[in-house]
Ligand binder design. Structure first.
Ligand code: ADP
Ligand code: MG
Length: 317
């Protein structure tokens, strides 16, 4: 059923429960009015997803909204920022109320999980696409950036890697996809709690959206550094290893993307502080290697063999 634009905004977006603080004026006026607390910086990130390019046309609207929000909020997590506000630019071929209902539900669920308020947006007609902009806060000077890694820092990742690509593979090849892997693809968890815990610990951090090697390379490039990875330490889920060969699992873990786990560096002088914090976190983290002076990525296998790895993907190895 078609809905008029004004009703659409009111029914599916303005009515969503709001969770972020500092909203002076939200949806309904020409602008939103927002307060950044004293002493905090505003962290802002935007993601655009176009149907057919960034998501499959058949994806249920609820999953699309939840997944897009998780992916976007993951950028706040990677900076050590606390989520506050969301804006949404939505382009739709038609105002289909079933689709909008699902989208609104998924968005509302993610907003509640991450503590966000939807404070404005734009709604237009056209090829289906969405832009989500998230805004968060971080105390001045405490944001985690991609720039601070130093030789000798240990390299860590959260959760398990490769599951999202396996989930996508299940979706495309299996009549009855594995629910865990599918969930890891459809429902990424932005690691906000971890990002906040790393504020005074990590020397550099980012979220893994393109694949571990490609993203780790972003941390190294700024300073012309290298990294040595202990391949046996790359965290792989039991389900992934159960469903796929170890080689395929590692390929996805190193070269696939979309897991939205965090990769971060811990300097030796903050290691003890980090090890004390770690057990209190709800996500597991694994030490997978170290930053070194010589540029390039080196993979070390269980036998101690060292081989260079290409940042573009694991297939060269
Ligand atoms: P304007 O013409 O001034 O840009 P709009 O009619 O586009 O205003 O939007 C009216 C109000 O609804 C604004 O406050 C805008 O931020 C909000 N809005 C429009 N579309 C969305 C959306 N998809 N999600 C959230 N808020 C929206
Ligand atoms: Mg407008």
């Amino acid at each position: 059923m078609a809905v008029a634009e004004f009703d659409l905004i009111k029914r599916f977006f303005a009515s969503l429960p709001q969770h972020g603080r500092g909203v002076g004026l939200g949806i309904g006026d020409d602008c939103a009015l927002l307060e950044v607390p004293e002493g905090q910086q505003l962290a802002v990130s935007i993601d655009t997803l176009v149907e057919g390019t960034h998501f499959l046309p058949g994806i249920p609207a609820e999953q699309l909204a939840y997944r897009a929000l998780g992916a976007c909020v993951s950028d706040l997590a990677a900076m050590g920022a606390e989520p506050a506000w969301l804006t949404l630019a939505l382009t739709l071929p038609e105002s289909d109320s079933d689709w909008l209902e699902g989208f609104s539900r998924g968005l509302g669920e993610g907003m509640a999980q991450y503590g966000l308020s939807l404070v404005g947006g734009d709604t237009t007609r056209g090829h289906r696409a969405l832009s989500l902009q998230v805004h968060g806060w971080v105390p001045k000077g405490q944001a985690l950036t991609r720039r601070g890694a130093q030789p000798g820092d240990s390299i860590w990742v959260s959760g398990t890697l490769g599951d999202a690509m396996a989930g996508l593979d299940q979706l495309q090849t299996q009549a009855d996809p594995d629910p865990y892997l599918l969930g890891r693809f459809y429902r990424p968890s932005a690691r906000i709690e971890l990002g906040l815990a790393l504020r005074e610990i990590a020397s550099a951090a980012l979220d893994i959206s393109d694949g571990l090697l490609a993203d780790l390379n972003h941390l190294l490039q700024h300073q012309d550094l290298g990294a040595e990875l202990q391949l046996a330490q790359i965290p792989l889920s039991e389900v992934l290893l159960d469903r796929y060969s170890e080689q395929q699992a590692l390929n996805w873990a190193l070269g696939g993307g979309e897991d939205f786990e965090l990769c971060f560096c811990v300097p030796a002088n903050r290691r003890q502080q980090w090890l004390e914090k770690l057990p209190g976190l709800s996500v597991s983290c694994r030490e997978i290697g170290a930053i070194c002076r010589e540029p390039g990525l080196i993979g070390v296998d269980q036998q101690g063999n060292r081989r260079p790895m290409a940042a573009s993907g694991y297939q060269h190895f």
